[in-house]
Design a protein. Structure first.
Length: 645
């Protein structure tokens, strides 16, 4: 995997000029946005298996709000820096900690254990990227596409007001959709069809979800195509073949199952493990391909820090001042103490708790570095966090089993370790992305690093209540809230100890991943702009097919609009502005649907009834209104993407 260095440029605000960055207003707004982004991405990740970058939406909201108190561009960057911590924490948490509920270890999310795992895992992720900043951003600068985009949005801060309005309108639309389906139940949120031919079954579906349309638009056509292709490979190829060869699932009464139920059963018990194999191979490939660059980067960073330490403090420009490396080491070791205490509280064994803490330190640094490097190549939204987390949990579970951990204890202990590492990796990618935006704008790195930690602390204290609220209302792991990554982690950790993992399916998925990696290398050798990152394909295999379809639709809208503007000869700067406009609208759709999902969870949880707000329309809610409204939403998104904010 090779990278194309980004061109060096002078900071927008030169190092010789100092502007206020951290203030009471920025801290308060950052905390609020971190909490909001954490809640929105927690819902989206449990629902769709992926999260999206909060940087640009947070930047636009910050520009709109801080304008009232005459905030400057560096303060806006500080706010979005902290706000992305909410997204990073949520991503790491929802990919792992719900597995403890799915395994039956917890019946509810424990507040302090969740806060400690997420909080100190996140702090470690911030700390681990500090010695890598110089190497990845200055010495051998990577592109960091989302960091660059965020900086450009902030530079165009005079347009922030209309951007806030666009996010608000889209959020209202996304919220109304969610209210109509989950709350009032006026129409179904999924249209599905399954067909049986002989012993074989096939399936196709689409979810009328504004959030997923927005996800597809943001990640773009390349990733959206791969996610959709993974869904096709599973639901339209693997499931029909498996059912034909094995003559339907081997359970009592299988011959009476409806085709839709049959497909769901096969996916849940067999074919989704193709995705597990793909993610395992993809995670290992990420480590192997990035290892040389990471070693060079760490060496360059330590050399730069040694040179800076020898220099007089006044000679180091403001824009090059990180948290001191000695303090990084001390804080990293201190962060391990509460994690070790949580591990010991659970396993009641000093050797096992010590091993788990050491594993978090080593794997956390390694995977934070991988995530930071991948963010420089493809952006934090496309980071292989789930892949490296599966590798962490698989390795941790195998080692814990060798150390004598029992079945139930060992599987949960592997999830504990994986949770801390996953949050650290998620924060590693997000932190480096924000530091890149800061380098372009002229922010002070150590102030950004402090605010990243502030955002982590703000987010972790609301994660357990949000997860409990969603679980009480929708039941994590049910069709209402699939939690695909957490289910996968639970299956891998539990399967290592029970020995009932379908290793044949995992092996086939790994073989498919190898073929996709080979194809991607071939595309790279030909200089193709279309690439096939294996983890995106593997996620598509694992997701329910109805979630992959609207993601593909959103990516297709983004592609067709951009291509149409190019053909009409629209200037490049106008195309970029229009793309940002569509991105803001998409971010609003995601935020609105996610926040409405959390709001609706309150009455549902209180009444312990998912239909507490339902309007009786006589019979099963129809599918066509949702599809019609979704079509109208696609038109609105396309119109928004043609008009710069």
């Amino acid at each position: 995997m090779s990278e194309s260095p980004a061109p060096r440029q002078e900071p927008y605000i030169p190092a010789s000029r100092s502007l206020p960055e951290i203030s009471p207003a920025t801290i308060l707004l950052a905390i609020v946005l971190s909490v909001v982004m954490a809640g929105a991405n927690a819902y989206l990740g449990l629902f769709a298996g992926m999260t999206v970058s909060a940087s640009i939406p947070a930047a636009v909201v910050s520009m709109g709000v801080l304008r009232l108190v005459r905030g400057n561009i560096l303060q806006n960057n500080i706010v979005q820096t902290a706000a992305t911590s909410g997204e990073g924490v949520a991503g790491g948490v929802i990919f792992t900690i719900p597995a403890l509920v799915l395994l039956g270890t917890w019946d509810r999310f424990h507040y302090w254990e969740t806060a400690v795992l997420a909080g100190f895992g996140g702090i470690l992720g911030v700390l681990f990227t500090i010695p890598l900043r110089r190497a990845m951003i200055i010495e051998q600068p990577l592109r960091f596409p989302e960091g660059v985009a965020t900086a450009e949005v902030l530079k165009a801060g005079h347009e922030g007001g209309s951007g806030v309005a666009k996010i608000a309108i889209a959020a209202a639309i996304g919220g109304i959709f969610k209210l109509g389906t989950t709350g009032l139940r006026l129409w179904q949120d999924t249209a599905a069809i399954a067909v049986r031919t002989g012993h074989s079954v096939g399936y196709a579906a689409i979810s009328a979800s504004p959030a997923l349309i927005g996800v597809g638009y943001i990640v773009g056509l390349n990733i959206a195509v791969l996610v959709f292709a993974g869904g096709v490979a599973n639901w339209m190829i693997a499931i029909p073949i498996y059912s034909a060869v094995n003559h339907v699932p081997l359970i009592p009464g299988a011959h009476d199952m409806a085709p839709i139920d049959e497909c769901s059963y096969l996916w849940a018990n067999q074919t989704r493990y193709l995705g597990v194999g793909g993610m395992l191979v993809g995670g290992l490939w990420a480590l192997i391909s990035l290892a040389p660059s990471l070693v060079r980067g760490i060496r360059a960073s330590l050399a730069a820090h040694s040179a800076a330490r020898r220099a007089a403090s006044g000679e180091l420009p403001r824009t090059e001042r990180d948290i001191p490396i000695q303090l990084v080491f001390v804080l990293s070791l201190i962060s391990l103490a509460p994690l070790t205490a949580v591990f010991y509280h659970f396993v009641q064994s000093v050797p096992l708790a010590g091993f788990m803490a050491l594993f978090v330190l080593v794997a956390g640094f390694l995977f934070s570095a991988v995530a930071a490097y991948m963010a420089g190549l493809v952006g934090s939204s496309n980071n292989p966090i789930s892949g490296v987390t599966i590798a962490t949990i698989l390795t941790g579970a195998l080692l814990l089993r060798l150390l004598g951990a029992g079945s139930e204890l060992g599987a949960a202990a592997a999830i504990f370790v994986g949770a801390a590492v996953c949050v650290a990796a998620a924060m590693g990618g997000d932190t480096m992305q924000d530091l890149k935006a800061g380098q372009i704008l002229g922010s002070t790195p150590y102030k950004q690093q402090i605010m990243q930690a502030v955002g982590v602390v703000a987010a972790v204290f609301v994660m357990a209540p949000i997860l409990n609220l969603l679980h009480d209302a929708y039941v994590i792991g049910s069709p209402n809230l699939v939690a695909p990554q957490a289910g996968l982690m639970a299956s891998v950790a539990g399967g290592i100890f029970s020995g009932d993992l379908p290793w044949g399916m995992i092996a086939i998925g790994g073989a498919i991943a190898v073929a996709i990696i080979a194809f991607d290398l071939w595309l790279g050798s030909r200089g193709s702009s279309f690439r096939t990152p294996v983890l995106a394909f593997a996620v598509g295999i694992y997701l329910p097919f109805e979630l992959s379809t609207p993601i593909f639709l959103g990516g297709l809208v983004a592609h067709l609009i951009a291509r149409g503007m190019v053909r009409r000869g629209v200037p490049a700067d106008e195309i970029a502005a229009a793309s940002n406009s569509g991105l803001l609208f998409s971010a609003g759709l995601i935020t609105g649907e996610a926040l409405m999902g959390i709001i609706l969870a309150i009455p549902i949880a209180i009444a312990a009834d998912t239909k507490v707000m339902a309007i009786d329309i006589g019979g099963t809610p129809p599918m066509w209104p949702g599809l019609a409204l979704l079509a109208g939403l696609v038109v609105l998104l396309a119109r928004s993407a043609r008009r710069p904010s």
